[in-house]
Each structure stands twice: as C-alpha cells, then as structure tokens.
Design a protein around this ligand. Sequence first.
Ligand SMILES: Cc1ncc(COP(=O)(O)O)c(C=O)c1O
Length: 388
Amino acid sequence: MRSSAIGSVLRLAESPGIIPLAAGSPAQELFPNADVLEVTDRLLRNDPGALQYGDTAGLAQLREWIAARNSTRLGIGSLPERVTLTHGSQQALDLICKALIDPGDVIVVDRPSYIGALQVFRLFEADLAPFPLADDEQLDALSSALRGGLRPRLLYVVPDFANPTGATLSLLQRQRLAELADRYGFFIVEDDPYGELRYDTDDGGALPAIASLSDRVLRLESFSKVLFPAARLGQVTAPAELAPILGMFKQASDLGNSGFLERIVLELVTRPGFTEDRVNAARLLYTERRDALVAGLRRYFGDKLEFDVPGGGFFVWARFPGGPNADDLLTGALAHRVSYVPGTDFYAADPDRGTLRLSFSGAGTEELTEAARRLYQAWAEGQTGVAP
Ligand SMILES: Cc1ncc(COP(=O)(O)O)c(C=O)c1O
C-alpha cells in the first residue's frame, strides 16, 4: 500500500495560517450544532436504549427512510433489506471489496479517480483499468476493450460532480455504462456524495442514477457532505443477492455503526423540510465560494491555468498547460500559505503531473480570492525564480 495521501493532505490543510484548498471538507458554518445538541439532550433523557448496541446492518427506521427516499428521489424501488449503513461511504468501498474482490481481479476506474477508492482497491490487490468515464470516445475504448476480453469485476464511478474532476456523466454515458454492466456481467459502484450539491439552476436538473438503469449497481451515499462528516455515516444500497453478504462483512468488521449517531441523524433527517433547508443553504454558500475561486483564478492566471467550472461538488480540477509540475509547485504554494492536492495521486497510472485539485468548500470568499493570488505568486516565482 502507498502512504496515506489523504492523511497527509488533511494534516497539511489544518496547519495554521494556510488557506485550505487541499481537503474536501464541508463548510463548518453549515454544521447543525444547535439541532444536534437539542436532539442529543432529548434522546438521552427519553430513550433508555439510546446508548445500546443495535442492528449491525444499521438502525431499521433509518434504512426504511433511505429506501423510501431512494424510490421517491431516484426512482429506485429498493427495500430496506437492500440498505446497509456504513461507517462513511468509505467503509462501503471496503465491504464491497471484501465481498467481491480477489487479488488480480480487474476494477475499471475513472481517470483520474477518487484517491480513497484507489487506496481501498489497491489494498485488495485489484488490477486497476483506468478510463476517463465522462468521455464518449473513452467509453468507446472501454467497449472495445470489453469486446476484446477485458473482464472487470467492478466499475467504480462518481457520476455527479466527481472527486477530483467535478465532471458529471451525461444520460447517454450512464446508459452505456449500465448496458455494459448488464452485457459483460460486472457490477457498477455508483458513489454519489455530491449529487445534491448542484449549483447551476439552468443545467437541466439531476440526471437518473445509474442504479435506476441497471440491477447490477451498488449505490453509495453519504451523510458527510450535506449533514456532517463526524457522523461517519454512509450507506450502500446493493442488489438483493449482495446485500446480506455486505451485512455479514459489516457485522464481522465492527458489529455495526454507532446507534447513537444513527438515532441523531434519523431525528434530524425526518424533520419536515430539514434536509431540503440544509441542501438549499449549502448550495447558496458553495455557489458563492466556487464563483470566488473561479474569478480569482481567472484574474491572476488568465490562460496559464486551464479548468472547467464545476456545476456542483467541492472541487476545481485545474491544469498548467505549459508547466510547472504541480507536485513541485506545492512547496512554493505552502511557503505562500495556500494548500492544494497535486493531481498525481488521483491517477491509477500515468499521471498528468500538470494537474491539481483545488477545493473551495472550506474557505470563505475573501480567503479564496487571496488563495488564488498566493498560488499565482508561487507559480510566478517558479517561472522566473524571483518574487513577482
Ligand atoms: C467520491 C467520494 N467518495 C467517498 C468519500 C468518503 O466519504 P465518507 O465521509 O462518507 O466516508 C468521499 C469523501 O471525500 C468522496 O469524495
């Protein structure tokens, strides 16, 4: 296993005085502290079982709520028995590999892809086959590789506002992946922590979940980004034949999540309008932050830095067309007290070293403008060897 890139990134971002564009952490201003305090107090006073062991697959009422929401929001007719609550969606990746991956099995991943998923897949000694999945030509290449004998066990994709690219798969791309999974018999892991964090009202709205297009999909969602990550609560909705196996591995791993935190989350999400209000507040705040970072980068870098404006999520994925290498620039950026993640670790193979991930979720608008200025200073010093 390689060293923990995520761990070092989080440590970096937390250093005092550094504007944190490295970690994909949600805005603390959005955390529902007062609601959590009130619910905690009520639970401890009124529910004698609040601190007890619980169902190892997760609190039944919360799984029922998720199954009902899957059907109203996503058109997936899922039953609570298909839902396993996990320790963040990160644990769902681990359980899926425990259930399905033997060393040498092939997993198709995006190019680039979420570091945390690559880490898990490598831990299970999978062979990674990277294809840029939000790209029609590359999907043709995947189709022909499958026709030519590539036999993946899994395909891992973040369909909406991906980490790190911010890209979203078109309807046709979703349909093609679903058809390929059905034809060649692999499972799709559809990881969707950012789907609700959509910022452009004129983008035509949410596209269907891949899980609504094929029965061979394990769909992961997380309470981390819209609620709070310290709940460490995520879920996997799996095909009926796989769900009991994931439940068995969950039980063997940790006997279930914290039932106490599950109860707190249940109380919150079942309040009328609670989730909608949080999503709306998050959208407003993150839209401002995205726009501030994008404007700052354009102002300072002009065409020296390429990027697409993401329609949602937490990240601007950028590239220096004429250099430098983003791994090398990091030392200078940190000296100017701004952090980011060099793109290299997001690639399963052959990294494009000019790329970097800039997260706008965890800094205020003024800080983001200042971050763009500091990054530019570091870049310009690298170009000329002197301070601009
Ligand atoms: C694509 C993706 N999947 C999974 C996770 C893990 O989230 P959780 O906090 O639910 O474990 C993250 C966190 O950043 C992510 O970006």
